[in-house]
Design a protein around this ligand. Structure first.
Ligand code: PA5
Length: 430
């Protein structure tokens, strides 16, 4: 890789920039024993195979299988509909929104909203549509309910329940659950979610890889970015490991400075879904035992006209994490037309739209800094597969390290399970 795909700039978190609201320059040194322990605990489990999520870029065989299946699907179908929710949907959606591709149109209905789901199905040519039911547990209410509706529609419109079998790919646990049973019974094509990889850490398993490959995302590039990130993650020194540095800084801002809220703010529309993926990762992993940081999502410059007032002058409980992209794909200079002499527009004429967006980000960061509001920047040279692979792996590691700092298990979600059990009971009472 010629240039670094990702760079963390934490400068505006420190006292020299934001005064007493900021962190001391010694903060990471003071925290070093805890950081070393958190890093050691996670990587020992990664090495032993207990936590494979940071080594998925080494699984070439799975990538090859996914690419082969996606290539066959692109020859036969026009659309792919992902039936999945939460960690079984957000990662693939983020990869595709960020990186696009010239493959299948991929839809993520996600929610059990009959109006939207019905409209989606009505508009599809079912003969040329593939379905990917994704559920680690194999039995999630939203996913299975959608699948049952689709089976019925396919039976009615294509002829018999069997008509779905050659159009349905299942991604689930290798052994357990309803979806695995169905895959065995109907001889469905299937992928495995490795049992030791949790839903929100599964973007780089077939959960996220298959939809992305079907869409034509350059997964080789994503894997290069992951490999680049994995080299940084090997180090227990926060000066070399940006995930460890960011975990320590965000933890200190929460615990020592009363700033639990983190707003992830990319200045690129294509990264909105990436920020939403991160919000789930951070919230579901760390919101436990009566505490935990609070993620919010925004996009610049759009939310400068929506949330920025809150960030600047609202409660002093926030950190803004920008994602700045150095280069957009498309040049779009602002033309003068016949208005270039008007002083109200002359100052913007001739600048490229992407450059304006970057300057807006820098203006916002500087204004926040002057107002004593801590902020950091993840910088990418462009929205490339390498940058996205690197950022998504680094933020997964950051979340895992933060679990160690907060003293919670980042890999479970007991609060979510409780709601699922109650909903099932309510639905069983007819
Ligand atoms: O991260 C998680 O574990 C959750 O968000 C799950 O992904 C979500 O609840 C869906 O679960 P499943 O993949 O079992 O259908």
């Amino acid at each position: 890789m010629q240039h670094e795909p990702l760079h963390l700039d934490p400068g505006n978190l420190y006292t020299d920039k934001v005064g007493a609201n900021g962190l001391s320059p010694e903060c990471l040194n003071v925290l070093r024993p805890s950081l070393t322990a958190a890093h050691g605990a996670i990587h020992a489990r990664v090495q032993s195979g207990e936590l494979p999520f940071l080594r998925l870029h080494e699984d070439r065989a799975t990538l090859d299988r996914v690419l082969e299946a996606a290539s066959a699907a692109r020859a036969r179908f026009d659309d792919l509909v992902v039936l999945g929710i939460g960690g079984s949907s957000l990662g693939g959606r983020a990869l595709i929104a960020a990186l696009g591709g010239a493959g299948l149109r991929v839809h993520f209905p996600d929610n059990l909203d009959p109006d939207r789901f019905g409209a989606l199905i009505d508009g599809l040519d079912l003969d040329r549509t593939q379905w990917n039911a994704i559920s680690k547990s194999g039995g999630t209410l939203e996913t299975i309910a959608q699948l049952l509706v689709v089976r019925e529609q396919a039976a009615a419109r294509l002829g018999g329940y069997g008509s779905l079998a050659s159009r349905l790919v299942v991604t689930t646990d290798p052994q357990k659950g309803f979806l695995r049973r169905l895959a065995r019974r109907d001889g469905l094509e299937s992928f495995e979610v490795p049992p030791c990889v949790g839903g929100r850490f599964s973007v780089f398993t077939p959960v996220g890889l298959y939809p992305a490959a079907a869409a034509g995302v350059d997964l080789e590039g994503v894997f290069r970015g992951m490999a680049w990130a994995a080299e940084r993650l090997a180090s227990p020194d926060p000066a070399e490991n940006p995930a460890l540095a960011a975990a320590g800084l965000l933890y200190s801002l929460d615990v020592d400075k009363g700033r639990p809220v983190i707003a992830t703010v990319p200045y690129a529309d294509s990264l909105r879904a990436t920020a939403e993926w991160f919000a789930q990762l951070w919230a579901e992993s760390l919101g436990k035992a009566g505490r935990g940081p609070v993620p919010i999502t925004a996009v610049g410059a759009t939310d400068q006209h929506s949330q920025l007032q809150l960030w600047m002058e609202g409660p002093p409980n926030m950190v803004v994490a920008f994602i700045e992209v150095d280069r957009c794909d498309r040049a779009m200079p602002i033309p003068a037309a016949d208005l270039g002499d008007d002083p109200d527009v002359a100052w913007m004429v001739g600048h490229d739209m992407g450059h304006i967006l970057r300057m807006e980000k820098r203006g916002t960061a500087e204004a926040l800094t002057r107002a004593g509001r801590p902020n950091l920047t993840w910088r990418m040279p462009a929205v490339t597969p390498e940058s996205i692979g690197a950022w998504m792996l680094i933020t997964q590691a950051m979340t895992a390290y933060a679990g160690g700092l907060y003293g919670v298990d980042p890999f479970d979600q007991p609060g979510v399970e409780a709601g699922k059990i109650i909903a099932r009971r309510l639905l069983s009472q007819r």
